[in-house]
Design a protein around this ligand. Structure first.
Ligand SMILES: NC(=O)CC[C@H](N)C(=O)O
Length: 389
């Protein structure tokens, strides 16, 4: 059991670009941060959410009111550092209790130099974002003893208004690795932790647009030795690696300006490599096939989104984190919808009819979230099996 220190709380504010201001308490680093404010409805998984590279330049509001109650551990990370621009919560519990915890959420945010704010009305904030759409915001966490003055508020609103819009931003190249590396760590199991792949059956080249570790683990668990390559790797370099399949990762920002990714994907899919894309990777595969993407009003961020498999009517509860989507009206003749969101009918899954390539908008790797749609990883290995025959 770990206790959050009390009695030393310093004030923090959240200012939105529309001028709305919330006053709360700082729970992380001192300083300020700006980004697109989005809300996530997952009940657990704050550590995986904070470290998901797809949240780069986004401030995450968690709608579940008690965040931090099981602390933070060294294992449940989706990347080497926190990527979210900031964290907004209702209540940070006094006690963090889990046999796996080695620090409190507050200590973690401070170590990661991440600004966080608690004690604000996250229901009011979420309703505002839902009605008006996601918008930019700025959190200012003051030093202990400092006060929230009108000047602090004014500056925060001005910073929020100055922050760049998410539409048009290519962030995948910023969070991607500089150099390729091999991955062979498998999924986490109670008692033994993460495992290692010993006898690879497939070789997969994974484009890193901001890849979540659990995707790589789920590939390794299914016998894939993965070579992770930088986002801007050209198709010719991938061909040299002679992979059995190509994976297109999740990632932050707008997919449309990622022309390097779209071009490489188009070539490799044309070549006939079995290809699987997740989230940003799904959008890239759609763009490479001739479809278009658009910015959603407030996106999908949570761990309880129902998605229907159009081939068999089966409904999966899925993890989601996206602010852009593929426009169904723009699908080319050689691409068909395989899954739709039961929340708003937007496209969730696509498949090429002329090539072994498919993709999913949500997160089959969960982390955090339910595992219902994990079968898509098996679909990928089945495509690689067919190709090998
Ligand atoms: N998780 C992701 O890959 C997100 C994809 C893209 N950045 C979006 O917001 O739609």
């Amino acid at each position: 059991m770990l206790l959050s220190p009390q009695g030393d709380s310093s004030p923090a504010i959240l200012a939105l670009a529309d001028g709305t201001v919330f006053v709360g308490t700082s729970i992380g680093a001192t300083g300020s941060t700006c980004g697109e404010v989005v809300f996530n409805t997952a009940l657990t998984g704050y550590q995986e959410i904070l470290t998901d590279p797809s949240y780069e330049r986004q401030i995450v509001t968690l709608t579940y009111p008690h965040i931090g109650n099981y602390g933070v551990n060294a294992e449940d990370v989706e990347a080497a550092k926190v990527h979210a621009a900031g964290l907004i919560i209702r209540d940070l519990p006094l006690v963090a209790s889990s046999f796996r915890a080695d620090m409190t959420l507050s200590q973690y945010l401070q170590r990661e130099n991440t600004v966080g704010i608690a004690d604000i009305d996250t229901r009011k904030l979420t309703r505002l974002l839902r009605t008006k759409g996601a918008q930019n915001g700025c959190i200012v966490a003051l030093e202990q003893g400092k006060e929230v003055t009108p000047a602090v508020i004014e500056r925060a609103v001005a910073e929020a208004r100055k922050a760049p819009a998410m539409a048009g931003l290519d962030l995948a190249k910023d969070v991607s690795v500089q150099r390729s590396y091999d991955w062979d760590q498998t999924e986490w199991k109670l008692g033994s932790g993460y495992g290692q792949l010993h006898q690879p059956k497939y070789h997969v080249v994974a484009f890193d647009y901001g890849v979540k570790k659990n995707i790589l683990r789920m590939l390794a668990e299914r016998g894939c030795k993965v070579t992770v390559v930088p986002a801007k790797t050209p198709a010719a370099e991938v061909r040299k690696l002679q992979p059995d399949g190509v994976f297109l990762s999740n990632g932050p920002g707008d997919p449309e300006p990622c022309d390097y990714a779209v071009d490489a994907t188009r070539e490799l899919v044309e070549d006939g490599y079995p290809t699987f894309g997740i989230c940003l990777g799904h959008q890239i595969l759609a763009l490479a096939s001739g479809a278009k993407t658009f910015k959603m009003k407030f996106g999908h961020h949570g761990a309880n989104h129902p998605v229907k498999d159009l081939d068999n009517g089966r409904v999966s509860i899925t993890s989601q984190n996206h602010g852009f989507a593929v426009d169904e009206k723009t699908l080319p003749k050689n691409m068909r919808a395989t899954h739709v969101s039961l929340f708003d009918g937007t496209l969730q899954g696509l498949e090429r009819t002329d090539r072994p390539a498919f993709c999913f908008q949500g997160h089959p790797e969960a982390s955090p979230g339910p595992h219902d749609i994990g079968y898509l990883f098996d679909k990928f290995t089945a495509l690689m099996d067919q190709k090998k025959k």
